[in-house]
Design a protein around this ligand. Structure first.
Ligand code: G3H
Ligand code: ZN
Length: 287
C-alpha cells in the first residue's frame, strides 16, 4: 500500500539519513526503482513530473501501475507516490487520482501567492491524508519543462511556508537540475543551516541530486535534508547502456530486438544508480 512521506522522512530526519526520490518515466523505471528498494530494504519515493505522468497515459494509469506492482512484486518497503514540481491544478489532479504525496511548486509565484496556493493545497491534502512538499526560492536549470531561476531561498520565507503545515520543504540553495556547470559554486550551506535552524524540524528536500559531490550530499543530510531527488543520472545511465547494446549489434542477434531484451541493460543500469544513491544517502536497511 502506498504511504505518505511523513513517517519515512520523520524517521530519516531523526536518524540522520535521507530517502531517495527517483523520477519514473515508464514501467521499466518503476519496476527498477521498486525492486531495488525491496532488495535493499530501503524506503523509497517514486517521483512523477506532470510531463512524465502524461507520457505514461495520465495520473490514474500511473497509480494503477504502481499499486499493481506493489502487490504483484510483493513490495513491502514503504513507498510513496509523489507528484514532482506540480502546478496548482496538477497537484489537485494527482490527489484525485490517488497519489499519496504531492509537491506544489509555487516558486514561480511571488511569495504571497505561493503562500495562499500552498495553504489551499495543504487544506485539500490534509482532508485526504496526503503529504505536501512546498518550494521556496528556486532550483536552477530545467526539469521536464519547469525552468527555475536558481534564486537562493530566504530563510524567513521558508519559515512562513513551513509553518503552514507542509510535510517537507524544498529550498533553493544553489542546487541545479541536470548537469552542474564547471564553475558551479556548490551548495550554500550557510543558508541551508539558517533554514534548518528556523523551520522547526520540518525535513528538507534537496533537488538536483545528479552530480552533487558525495561530501556535499553528506553535509546536506547533516543539516536537515531528508529527501534527495535524482532524475538525470538515471536517464544518462539508461541511455548509455541502451546505446552500448545497440552499437554492439545485440539488437540484431537472435531476438535481441524484443523490447524486453532491448530495454534490459538500461533498466539494470537504473537499478545500479538507485542502489548507489541509497548507499550514499544511508537509507539501506531502514525500511
Ligand atoms: O525533481 C527532480 C530533481 O530535482 C532531479 O534533479 O535531474 O538533477 O537529478 P536531477
Ligand atoms: Zn526538482
Amino acid at each position: 500500500m502506498l504511504v505518505t512521506v511523513d513517517d519515512m522522512l520523520k524517521k530519516a530526519h531523526k536518524e540522520g539519513y535521507a530517502v531517495g526520490h527517483f523520477n519514473i518515466n515508464n514501467l521499466e523505471w518503476t519496476k527498477a526503482v521498486l525492486l531495488t528498494a525491496q532488495e535493499n530494504s530501503s524506503p523509497v519515493i517514486l517521483g512523477v513530473s506532470e510531463g512524465a505522468g502524461k507520457y505514461m497515459g495520465g495520473f490514474k494509469t500511473v497509480v494503477g501501475m504502481v499499486n499493481g506492482m506493489l502487490e504483484e512484486l510483493n513490495i513491502t518497503v514503504p513507498v510513496a507516490l509523489h507528484l514532482d514540481h506540480g502546478s496548482y491544478e496538477g497537484a489537485q489532479k494527482a490527489m484525485d487520482a490517488g497519489f499519496s504525496s504531492v509537491m506544489f511548486d509555487g516558486s514561480h509565484y511571488d511569495i504571497d501567492e505561493n503562500i495562499e496556493k500552498t495553504k489551499e493545497i495543504i487544506r485539500i491534502a490534509q482532508s485526504k491524508g496526503i503529504s505536501v512538499e512546498a518550494e521556496v526560492g528556486s532550483i536552477g536549470g530545467e526539469e521536464d519543462g519547469v525552468i527555475g531561476s536558481g534564486e537562493v531561498a530566504d530563510p524567513n520565507e521558508c519559515k512562513t511556508i513551513a509553518d503552514l503545515g507542509v510535510s517537507i520543504l524544498a529550498a533553493g540553495i544553489g542546487n541545479i537540475h541536470g548537469k552542474y556547470p564547471e564553475n558551479w559554486k556548490g551548495l550554500d550551506f550557510d543558508v541551508l543551516k539558517q533554514i534548518d535552524d528556523i523551520t522547526n524540524d520540518v525535513p528538507l528536500v534537496l533537488h538536483g541530486g545528479t552530480g552533487i559531490p558525495e561530501d556535499m550530499v553528506k553535509k546536506a543530510i547533516s543539516l536537515g535534508v531528508a529527501k534527495i531527488n535524482v532524475n538525470t543520472e538515471c536517464q544518462w545511465a539508461f541511455a548509455a547502456e541502451t546505446r552500448k547494446y545497440i552499437e554492439e549489434g545485440k539488437d540484431l542477434e537472435g531476438k535481441g530486438f524484443d523490447p524486453r531484451k532491448l530495454l534490459a541493460p538500461g533498466t539494470e543500469a537504473v537499478k545500479e544508480i538507485v542502489k548507489e544513491k541509497m548507499e550514499l544517502f544511508g537509507s539501506i536497511n531502514k525500511a
